[in-house]
Design a protein around this ligand. Structure first.
Ligand SMILES: [Zn+2]
Length: 230
């Protein structure tokens, strides 16, 4: 059976000590693995700590997290550290919320960057996730991983999309459709991720498994030859 593995690289700029941060990433990975159980497996491949380098979440606007120059330099730094390894890069920032952009209290954000692009089936992706201190103990990391893994090239639409295949979320007050999210409150991809046992649908799982960020480890079977009679 093939396993679908996602490599995770963690970068801490939250000022917490390394043992606190190790428990933090272990908790996030374990929550992601419980939410995505039987689908994709998240593995911590590297963690970078620097207690002296603190980045305040409040200095990054929630409506332009990845257009922010400070974030851009953190991502460049991280990619340099790993030597551009494919995976999900998670950045832990100091403070409870990102700076208010849309007037919401945002504790997590993500984007999926396209590396090389040869064709609609041959391209490279890197996932980037930002988390604040308030995202701790929740399924925020698991939810943001969903956004990252849903990014794919749509042949029919001739563009990259990151729609939730079980979506969209429809705001019943405004009637606004949000294709990236889910309308089921129990689903991991509901705009505010559930705090207990989030659901991942089989369609969501199928799309996530096909992400270019996922590594397929196909178990090897060896044939044994018996040479005695030859
Ligand atoms: Zn979301």
């Amino acid at each position: 059976m093939a396993t679908h593995t996602v490599d995770v690289y963690a970068f801490f700029f939250n000022g917490a000590n390394s043992s606190t941060n190790i428990s933090r990433i272990e908790q996030d990975i374990s929550k992601a693995n419980s939410a995505w159980k039987g689908c994709t497996k998240f593995v911590l491949e590297g963690a970078y700590f620097n207690e002296d380098k603190i980045v305040n979440a409040g200095s990054i606007p929630s409506d332009g997290v990845f257009k922010n120059r400070q974030m851009d330099s953190l991502i460049k730094f991280a990619r340099n550290v790993t030597g551009n390894k494919i995976g999900i890069y998670v950045f832990y920032l100091n403070g409870d919320f990102l700076a208010e952009g849309k007037g919401r209290k945002v504790v997590g954000a993500s984007t999926t960057e396209v590396g090389y692009f040869e064709s609609s089936t041959n391209y490279e992706l890197f996932g980037h996730i930002v988390l604040t201190d308030k995202a701790a103990g929740r399924y925020t990391f698991a939810h943001e991983c969903g956004h990252v893994l849903f990014k794919r090239y749509s042949e029919t639409r001739n563009m990259f999309i990151h729609d939730d295949p079980s979506g969209p979320y429809i705001n019943f007050q405004t009637g606004k459709r949000d294709p990236a999210h889910n309308s089921d409150q129990k689903n991991l991809m509901f705009p505010i991720s559930p705090s207990v046992n989030p659901i991942v649908t089989s369609q969501q799982c199928q799309i996530a498994k096909q992400s270019k960020i996922v590594r397929n480890n196909i178990d090897k079977y060896y044939d044994y030859y018996d040479f005695r009679n030859t």
